[in-house]
Ligand binder design. Structure first.
Ligand SMILES: [Zn+2]
Length: 119
């Protein structure tokens, strides 16, 4: 399972730790140390099967961090905290979309029940 890691890596960064959490504590782990431009050192634990990303958002400041301590990635121009917030918002809007859809379906059903036929 070594090849083709790059394609998977891109989607995994955005997906966050959700997948790992579900695997439980019994899964073997590997600890990877990341360094950001603020010289924070963050140890991130991955499942042993996970494709370890070369970059990771620093949990302390949100900047991209790299496994290479001598060469941390430069700070991007965008506000780092937006990254985390964006994930939360993304998830929430998905949930909202689901609710809105559910309400729309419910509304259609209610109207059908009341004798109003909609095509
Ligand atoms: Zn940092």
């Amino acid at each position: 399972m070594a090849g083709g890691g790059n394609a998977i890596r891109g989607s995994r960064v955005g997906a966050g730790p959700m997948g790992e959490a579900e695997r439980g504590e019994a899964a073997p782990r590997q600890a990877i140390t990341y360094f950001c431009a603020h010289e924070h050192r963050s140890v991130i634990t991955f499942s042993i099967e996970a494709v370890v990303p070369e970059e990771w958002d620093c949990p302390k400041c949100g900047l991209p961090a790299s496994v290479d301590s001598d060469n941390p990635p430069p700070a991007p121009k965008i506000e780092p905290y937006k990254t985390h917030l964006a994930y939360v918002k993304e998830r929430r809007s998905d949930k909202e979309a689901e609710v809105i859809l559910e309400e729309a379906i419910q509304l259609l059903r209610d109207r059908r029940k009341s004798g109003e036929i909609i095509f």
